[in-house]
Design a protein around this ligand. Sequence first.
Ligand SMILES: [Zn+2]
Length: 283
Amino acid sequence: MKTKLSIIGTIFLTFLITASAAKPAIKNNQDVRLYTLDCGSVTVHDIAPFSSTGAYPHESAQFSTPCFLIKDSKGWLLWDLGMGEQYLGRTVEDTKHGVSITAKKSLIQQLKVLGLSPNDIRFVGLSHAHFDHTGNASLFPNAVWLIEEQEYAYANRSPLPSSVDSTTAITLKPYHKILLKGNYDVFGDGKVEILYTPGHTPGHASLEIHLPHTGVVILSGDLYHMRKSYVLKQIPSFNTDPAQTKASMEKVDAILKNSKGRLVIQHDASDIAALPQIPNYLD
Ligand SMILES: [Zn+2]
């Protein structure tokens, strides 16, 4: 009986070794980590425009504006840049956008906690060009910048779209950029993919990450701004293209469904609070 069991055990073990040898990508996946950094917050004084069908009352909400660091065996990707260092330790009233802006933590200091400096960041990816996603752009002149071609054109439009900071195009101009034409596999290993999800802006993007234990995580960009927008499928009245937004929502929903993935809504403070804080990470 014991011998029979050990034979079965050996066969099973052989099967396991064979199976794992056939799928080396799973082992390599151990290298991928997702760190969440606090890059400020904005208080939106009136969330009614975040629905084009009048689903939201005229009330305020606090939005997180995080940055994310993704560690792959081939380097570091910084995804989105939050609010700039000029908001550190103070609250600034932005009447043009109807928001109050503040930042408690320095991005540089948070990188330091992880033993990193800006020059260690190989890629910087932008979900889109709005001011609350581009704040620290001047800190990364040596990175390779990943931005959808249409979004870069949007940031260079004249007149400038109201939510794009006037310094962004000037800052990005001399940088090494890869202008994307759709989805993009960042490290070429299938683990971190920029998803073209236009509609909020013409070249808006989300980020799909394959983590070894958690599985698939998608960082929303501004495909949704609040958890209730995801549940109710609300499209902001100020999005550049509602039909594109709907198609992008369906694209992300299909990936989430097929992969049993987790969606992180970047501006939803509860979604961000549920993630590990540095130096801890999701893997
Ligand atoms: Zn936006």
